[in-house]
Design a protein around this ligand. Structure first.
Ligand SMILES: [Zn+2]
Ligand SMILES: [Zn+2]
Length: 305
């Protein structure tokens, strides 16, 4: 499908205040930081990626080694050399901003503040976080707790152009964020943070947004737009799903090898209403397909626009 770009054309979809058809999306992947944070940028560049997502520290531990000034400087220098953008940091997995348990919540707020500070120090563009789990509390309480935690964590910090992105979840267990309405409510309860959104295709699919055909995708994008405005959807986690539709199970899979499938994912990657977002793979790397192979499939999808 080819879309002619003509600023005077009424056919160009400009509902989100931008000429979304004017560009192909930037594409990239989540990659490791073994041997130094800057290695993620070098890996992205070696694969021909535009963008990258990293953990800035061990994602499964509360304690993070502080960033040394030299590694921050090296990261910024390599970033300038490679031109990789946007750089997204994914917050660690222990953080639960919606926790009903006071101790867990306090640790989460402190850890998330540290994630924000590290992201700012590195000059990253985005910090992606899951809204959390409502264990022991009702959904509306969990949403309120999440918004309060975000505000507490960012209190007194100057975010500038740095954006925190709420990621939609698969809805495993008692996680909030699997309905776009949850993201809307969290955003509305802390307007001063100007929260963005990260759409994970595998999570949306297993949470009950059936994006397998064009009508289903259009409906999902309408729902997303109504709730958070597509202009705020700054990243797409581009994953196929090993788990079935509406299963509420979170299992990322190789592009085109899962239950969403190549045709449907091709439609997502070439959709003009998402062309402003950065598409980031979070797919496995194994004998079926590695990072280079999944990125090649994604590249082939965006080339068709
Ligand atoms: Zn995530
Ligand atoms: Zn994700």
């Amino acid at each position: 499908m080819s879309i002619l770009v003509d600023n005077d054309s009424p056919k160009v979809d400009d509902r989100d205040g931008m000429n979304a058809a004017a560009a192909r999306p930037r594409i990239g992947l989540h990659t490791g930081i073994a041997g130094g944070l800057h290695n993620a940028l070098l890996k992205a560049r070696s694969l021909g990626a535009d963008a990258v997502q990293i953990f800035s520290r061990n994602p499964r531990g509360w304690k993070a080694r502080p960033l040394e000034p030299e590694e921050v400087e090296q990261f910024k220098r390599v970033r300038a050399e490679t031109g990789v953008r946007p750089v997204a940091v994914h917050a660690n997995y222990l953080i639960n901003l919606a926790a009903a348990d006071q101790t867990v919540r306090e640790k989460s707020v402190a850890s998330f503040r540290e994630e924000v500070e590290r992201g700012l120090a590195l000059g990253a563009d985005y910090l992606v976080v899951h809204p959390g789990s409502a264990r022991g509390a009702c959904e509306s309480d969990a949403i309120r707790t999440c918004a309060e935690s975000l505000k507490a964590a960012c209190d007194g910090l100057e975010l500038g152009t740095f954006r925190i992105l709420l990621e939609n979840t698969a809805g495993q267990g008692e996680c909030i964020g699997h309905r776009f309405e949850h993201l809307r409510e969290i955003r509305e309860q802390c307007p001063e943070l100007n929260l963005g959104v990260c759409l994970d295709t595998a999570h949306a699919f297993t949470a009950g947004y059936d994006i397998r055909d064009a009508d289903g995708l259009a409906a999902a994008l309408d729902a997303l737009d109504t709730n958070v405005n597509l202009g705020n959807v700054l990243a797409v986690h581009f994953n196929d799903s090993k788990a079935a539709y509406d299963s509420r199970v979170d299992r990322h899979w190789h592009i085109g090898h899962g239950h969403i499938g190549a045709e449907a994912l091709g439609r997502v990657a070439s959709h003009p209403r998402l062309a402003h977002a950065a598409f980031l793979l979070e797919t496995p790397s194994d004998e079926t397909c590695d990072d280079a192979c999944n990125l090649e499939v994604l590249r082939s999808f965006v080339k068709t626009t």
